[in-house]
Design a protein around this ligand. Structure first.
Ligand code: 5RP
Length: 256
């Protein structure tokens, strides 16, 4: 378990930059994900890829040595009730795909809250049996307010249920989220924002106790995706300032 986790959260810095490219599993397909294979140039800069097994099989060169955090949940599209998820991948297939962690979403306060929490329990039990870390994604429902009280509660619940690490959203007073969660937290990037704002969010998250980011759209929708992921890495792994990281972003090539 620790060996697999240390492939994702690097022992040298204690931090990680994951690239999230699992959006399509519920029908959220940003333009850049239409040609998913084109994202391959980014992979060497990621400490891990978070994605689904279909995309892993069809779009990731198996010769690339990048740890995989495999989303093993699915169920409803964004046209329906997203919290109505179940586990759709067997542990045998996850092992066969040589993944470093397995992940699903929990919808605390959502319509199918209990079902999603039982999904997580299933993954934790599998993880314990086979030594595979579990990442709980604290996805929020349409009605949920993404404040520190809600995200702190959801993250703590995930940790109490045995999650190895937790993915949640950044919010004001984020220290109230990290301080009550006994396992490492990575933040989601969220919708595309100006690069400097995304870098500032990464900086704030690290300063307030996150171990890293699991960022998607703010990297692959950037005009300079390689510059952007390098800039995020400089903050997460090298403690760079936002201004220094922004310079790294600006020096990146346009497109992929
Ligand atoms: C949604 C997820 C996604 O991986 C994640 O939110 C996508 O990354 P980003 O928001 O940075 O584009 O887990 O539940």
């Amino acid at each position: 378990m620790q060996n697999r986790l240390s492939r994702i959260i690097k022992p040298k810095s204690g931090h990680c930059v994951m690239l999230a490219i699992d959006h399509g599993y519920f029908g959220n397909i940003p333009g850049q994900l239409k040609c998913f294979g084109d994202l391959n140039p980014l992979f060497e800069y990621a400490d891990a890829l978070m994605l689904t097994r279909g995309m892993l099989r069809s779009c990731v060169d198996p010769n690339i040595d990048v740890p995989i955090v495999l989303r093993v949940s699915a169920g409803a599209s964004m046209l329906k009730e997203l919290s109505n998820e179940e586990i759709n991948v067997t542990i045998e297939d996850a092992i066969r795909l040589n993944v470093s962690a397995i992940t699903c979403s929990i919808f605390v306060g959502g319509e199918y809250e209990k079902q999603s929490l039982m999904n997580l329990s299933k993954l934790v039990n599998w993880g314990q049996e086979y030594g595979i870390p579990t990442l709980a994604v604290t996805a929020v429902g349409r009605e949920m307010v993404r404040d520190d009280r809600y995200l702190g509660m959801a993250s703590r619940m995930a940790a109490e249920m045995g999650s190895t690490f937790v993915k949640t959203y950044y919010c004001d007073n984020f220290e109230n989220v990290t301080s009550i969660c006994p396992v490492p937290i990575v933040i989601a990037g969220g919708k595309k924002t100006p690069e400097k704002d995304a870098l500032q969010m990464a900086r704030n998250a690290i300063d307030k106790g996150a171990v890293g980011v699991d960022m998607g759209r703010n990297i692959f929708q950037s005009d300079k995706p390689i510059g952007m992921i390098k800039a995020v890495r400089s903050i997460v792994h090298e403690n760079a300032s936002v201004d220094d990281a922004f310079e790294i972003y600006k020096q990146g090539p346009i497109g992929l």
